[in-house]
Design a protein around this ligand. Sequence first.
Ligand code: COA
Length: 167
Amino acid sequence: MLQWQIKEMSRDHLEQIMEIERKSFPTPWTRSMFIYELTSPISFNFVATMPEGRSELVLGYIVFWMVRGEVHILNLATHPSFRRLGIARSLLLFCLDFSYKKGGVLYQLEVRKGNRAALNLYKKVGFAPWEIRKRYYADTGEDAIIMRLFFGDRTFDQNSYGQPFLP
Ligand SMILES: CC(C)(COP(=O)(O)OP(=O)(O)OC[C@H]1O[C@@H](n2cnc3c(N)ncnc32)[C@H](O)[C@@H]1OP(=O)(O)O)[C@@H](O)C(=O)NCCC(=O)NCCS
């Protein structure tokens, strides 16, 4: 069984992250966007890695902002050769746990309407559609689904990932 660990992202991971990024998105983030996130006080950046010889292989990563109780997930991707193994789910759960402990209450993200893999993943951890932003993505003209998860009035529990934030 594949095992990985989740740790803070550093500049040493960026070369591998850029490879994954280019294979994962129609408009990939640039290296300087990641460097900006690594220096921002409101940005939290983590990677899932496993040992590979003397170095390590980046399997996936997550970037999120936290401002007071609000958490915004900005980027999440898994290496194309290691998908469907639970890596993105574990990164998301790590993000929820980490930010909940720091006072996170409301979690939000945007996802392309046609991204079935990501929609399923987010629903699985408790996010629910909140609103649709028409033609939000400039590259393809696709709509964005804004999804939210609310932890306002209950204790975080690994077996029950929170309540959808319904209107
Ligand atoms: C979306 C993405 C991050 C999922 O990563 P992953 O590590 O393969 O996801 P997981 O293995 O943790 O999957 C967890 C659940 O998500 C759903 N899911 C993941 N991939 C799926 C797919 N291809 N089709 C349908 N559902 C999928 C399933 O419910 C899955 O649970 P299951 O395997 O028990 O059925 C990955 O496909 C990816 O990097 N895509 C390109 C970048 C991207 O779209 N990022 C999200 C931007 S909003």
